[in-house]
Design a protein around this ligand. Structure first.
Ligand SMILES: *Cc1c(COP(=O)(O)O)cnc(C)c1O
Length: 451
């Protein structure tokens, strides 16, 4: 038998914590493999920490979301939100499944082209498009979702010198009953700016108004808000038809559906409380179907879901560096991954599982990252078995926004591995090197180290 590690005894006042409905047991299970691939082998092969993505789970998420909408509504199209995770391998999985691309910057736009997405299947969102970027988008017949009057005027000016008639939509914001409302993006419905913009586009004759767009928030817990948003877009589309004699081809409801992660401070786990994609699909499609469009005039319904399609397909594997006892008696465990690569730890209580068998004693502890910065806290409070230096852990549901919002700060960014449906592993982004981070730097001659 392996020798047990010595754990120094200590005395701690017991606090009778709140019981949850399962009592005080934590029910923690070791997670030794992902999609049949050993966690230990993944770390041996690709280093620690390492991000792992499950192709099987991504495809499963996409298909079930598509099914939720397409079984309820005749014309449905998804567009992958690049900023949620724009590793090209990830984007290609969504494109293979039939997704268009939804981009919010010139560089994301170029990425979509590089991934072979036809221009007319790229949706260009966001408040910061440059004149040059708009020109390229018009030349490629992309769908430009206008954010403000300056952009609208710029497109009207550009339309004089360009061959293609720009295909545009406007982004609309409205009071959905969820606050703070995202009224900084697009044209407001209640103060009539949305209608003014529509009228200006249609009567100009220079732009082709093809759609209406909204994206009302992210990690939205209210299905009713989507009912209000869908109703608002339908109302504008219908008025466009009756008052301006112009048919709107599509309504784009944006993204924002929550993943099953648990928000910080939430009383119950996200998996038990968030509405499902079916719940959102039901209210959106029933609003569209019941609004009064003639069957042949039903607009195409576009969804730009990000988070819900990829969060639970992503894992972060890491290793325990050390343990310590804080002044207040609390146990602290230091991991080899910090908030610089796990941005979402600022607002999710990520589930962390040990990756090997453990002894049954567990304790409430704080999980720190390796950064020499006070903010580097992965979990302020989590019940886990005692982990030893060198033990591995699996952080769950990290597929959305981490591999795009991660920062090269103090430590270099780790490798990303994709496990395909045949349980083969593929390196889809190598770990960063010092050379990579220093490459864009330029040293003035007078500061060069003398040889
Ligand atoms: C970020 C974003 C999305 C994706 O949002 P999720 O909350 O990840 O679903 C969709 N559309 C627009 C315009 C966005 O900015």
């Amino acid at each position: 038998m392996e020798k047990l590690t010595y754990e120094k005894p200590y005395i701690k006042k017991l606090h009778a914590g709140v019981m949850n409905k399962f009592g005080t047991r934590t029910g923690i299970q070791p997670v030794k493999q992902i999609d049949g691939v050993s966690v230990k082998k993944l770390i041996e092969g690709y280093g620690s920490p390492v991000f792992v993505l499950s192709e099987k789970q991504i495809r499963k998420n996409y298909r079930s979301a598509y099914r939720a909408f397409s079984t309820r509504y005749p014309k449905v199209q998804f567009a992958w939100s690049y900023k949620t995770n724009y590793l090209n391998a990830v984007c290609q999985i969504f494109h293979q499944e039939g997704s268009w691309a939804e981009v919010v910057s010139g560089s994301e736009y170029q990425k979509a082209l590089g991934n072979g997405v036809p221009g007319n299947k790229i949706i260009f969102n966001g408040p910061g498009k440059s004149k040059e970027e708009l020109k390229i988008a018009v030349d490629n017949n992309s769908l430009i979702h206008i954010d403000h009057f300056e952009e609208l005027n710029q497109l009207l000016t550009l339309s004089k010198e360009l061959v293609n008639k720009p295909r545009v939509a406007i982004r609309v914001n409205m009071d959905t009953g969820v606050y703070p409302s995202w009224d900084r993006f697009g044209f407001n419905y209640e103060n009539n700016e949305a209608w003014t913009a529509l009228e200006k586009i249609v009567t100009s004759g220079k732009l082709q108004l093809v759609g209406l767009h909204c994206h009302i928030g992210t990690y939205m817990l209210s299905t009713a808000a989507y009912g209000i948003a869908a109703n608002t877009l339908c109302d504008l589309a219908m008025r466009c038809n009756t008052l301006l004699n112009h048919k709107i081809e599509y309504l784009d409801m944006g993204g924002g559906f929550p993943s099953t992660n648990t928000l910080k401070g939430a009383y119950l786990p996200g998996a038990d409380t968030v509405p499902t994609v079916d719940d959102f699909a039901e209210i959106i499609t029933s609003t569209l179907l019941n609004f009064g469009f003639a069957q042949e005039d039903l607009p195409l319904l576009i969804l730009e879901s990000g988070r819900v399609l990829i969060d639970d397909a992503g894992y972060l594997l890491g290793t325990v560096i050390a343990n310590k006892r804080l002044n207040n008696g609390k146990r602290a465990t230091i991991m080899d991954f910090g908030v610089n690569i796990l941005f979402t730890s600022f607002w999710y209580e990520h589930q962390i599982s040990p990756a090997q068998d453990f002894n049954p004693h567990n304790e409430n502890m704080i999980i720190y990252g390796p950064l020499c910065m006070n903010i580097d806290v992965i979990r302020e409070s989590i019940n886990l078995p005692l982990l030893n230096t060198g033990d591995h852990v699996v952080v769950h549901k990290v597929g959305a926004y981490n591999m795009t919002q991660w920062m090269q700060f103090i430590t270099l960014r780790p490798a990303v591995v994709l496990i395909d449906e045949q349980q083969r592993t593929h390196l889809i982004r190598t770990n960063e090197t010092l050379h990579y981070t220093e490459e864009p730097e330029v040293m003035p001659a007078h500061l060069r180290p003398s040889k």
